[in-house]
Design a protein around this ligand. Structure first.
Ligand SMILES: [Mg+2]
Length: 257
């Protein structure tokens, strides 16, 4: 595993779980940096902005800079700024997503009639009115970009619905699927990570704890993959899965040895 020059890390389940650091995570990141490795941190979380993440990372004491973090909120804002910079955007999503879209210079509108494009993510304040507005946009044939399709997210002491709750509701009523998924396992967020690293894909390793998002993202992008068992997946699940990671690690610390 020492052959890799760049690492694309998932965060939750790899570096920490809830508010608890995975033992050895800090030392491993430091060891990789001493070795000259380039690191980037990619998360499908669609409620936190980059700035929100940086605060959390600082609280946990992880040696990670804000510029090294690519949450799905930021990745979605970048995707739109690069391809639909002039579009008027209607958002069903959390404050962290709205912050990133505004920071990228996008125009957000509150009235669906004025919107050119729909953007969805996890929304703790989802309600019937927002669903109705988004439905109108989709039935009018407007493009639909979503941060990700995640069904569930681990919270502190429970499991909560992810962006898939919003996507699923809209998909069911409109019989449309999102036109673009930015987060894992889609390639968009991974391409942003690669361009940040400035390395060829063969020189990089994706490290994550979920097979159908992290590992599949690596497979889709042609990047080697390592699954860590400190998150939600156990060894039995790896054996049952048709998607096989290149490496299975007890924890991130095996990368620093
Ligand atoms: Mg994870």
């Amino acid at each position: 595993m020492r052959k890799y020059k760049g690492y694309i890390f998932d965060m939750d389940g790899v570096l920490y779980r809830g508010d608890t650091l995975i033992p050895g995570a800090v030392e491993t990141l430091e060891a990789l940096r001493r070795r000259g490795s380039r690191l980037v941190f990619v998360s499908n979380n669609s409620t936190r902005s980059r700035e929100d993440y940086a605060e959390r990372i600082a609280e946990l004491g992880l040696p990670i800079a804000e510029e090294e973090i690519i949450p799905a909120t930021y990745a979605t804002a970048r995707y739109l700024a690069e391809r639909h910079a002039e579009a008027r955007v209607f958002v069903v999503g959390a404050l962290g997503l709205i912050k990133e879209l505004l920071e990228a210079g996008l125009r957000l509108v509150a009235e669906p009639e004025r919107a050119d494009i729909l953007v969805t993510g996890s929304d703790p304040a989802i309600n019937y009115q927002k669903l109705s507005q988004a439905t109108a946009l989709l039935l009018a044939g407007k493009p639909w970009v979503t941060t990700n399709l995640d069904r569930l997210h681990p919270a502190e002491d429970r499991i909560i619905p992810g962006a898939g709750a919003v996507v699923g509701a809209l998909q069911y009523v409109t019989r449309r699927a999102p036109d673009v998924v930015v987060g894992k396992p889609s390639g968009h967020i991974v391409e942003q990570a690669l361009s940040k690293l400035g390395l060829a894909r063969e020189e990089c390793l994706i490290v994550g704890d979920i097979i159908e998002s992290d590992i599949l993202a690596g497979k889709n992008a042609g990047i080697d993959t390592a699954l860590v068992l400190t998150g939600v997946v156990g060894r039995e699940e790896v054996e049952r899965s048709e998607i096989k990671p290149d490496y299975v690690l007890e924890s991130i610390t095996e990368l620093g040895e």
